[in-house]
Design a binder for this molecule. Sequence first.
Ligand code: ADE
Length: 281
Amino acid sequence: NTCLSAMPKVKIGIIGGSGLNNPELLKNGVEKTVDTQFGQPSDVLIEGQIQGVDVVLLARHGRHHTINPTNVNYRANIWALKTLGCTHVIVSAAVGSLKEEIKPGQFVVPDSFIDRTTKRIQTFYDGSPNGLPGVCHIPMEPAFCPTTRKILLETAQELGLTVHPKGNLVVIEGPRFSSKAESNMYRSIGGSIIGMTLVPEVVLAKEAGLCYACVAMATDYDCWFDHVVDVPSVLATFKQNVDNIIKLFVNVIPRIAEQDWTDILANNELTVKNGIQSEQV
Ligand code: ADE
């Protein structure tokens, strides 16, 4: 089929991904140590196939969860996925809920974010000898790839998961959780859910021209809801529901692969090109 063979082959990076490295899901898995001009990614990357589609798995916090959200080398992670030829990056994230109707165990496919981080490099174009040349003002609307979001959402709905179709993800520096006053402030400024890792990951994915989307799992009500947020309760909810994320990704991957992304990928590159300012105005 000439039409199919003309389609660019997709390769899907998956960040988060605990459980996806199960050899029953991942075929022909090979560990790849990638060193980048931005330093070391969080761990080795695992290349293989899920449902016959090329994928690359990366554990955001390292496979033993030793890297805190501030210290994750987001630039190396995204650059490594780009270097291995990824066209897409789909990620999972554990988040707190800032809205009563988003209940622990439920999913959200965020469509925007509010950045409250303070210590992270958000660009590859940083003016350093290792960085890319020029200054890049990348647009953040849409923050996520609309087509990849749509596939995540529709697949989650078909699988019968409770999924909220949009939401603003507040990203805090962490590693501490929010105070009650902060939590209420984030509610009042329009936050739907709260986490610690989406920024700068989403920004860098955009600078790299990747189709990026996130499925967030609410693990708790943050502390505005007179609710104690602690690691054991967050982990317990995450563990109860992680199989749903795996099921979702396993079903999303072939659906991404069956689409023609030629125009979207070209448009991503154009967005980056138009964001770069390399001469004085
Ligand atoms: N990750 C999971 N729950 C969270 C919360 N309440 N605040 C920030 N990050 C989180």
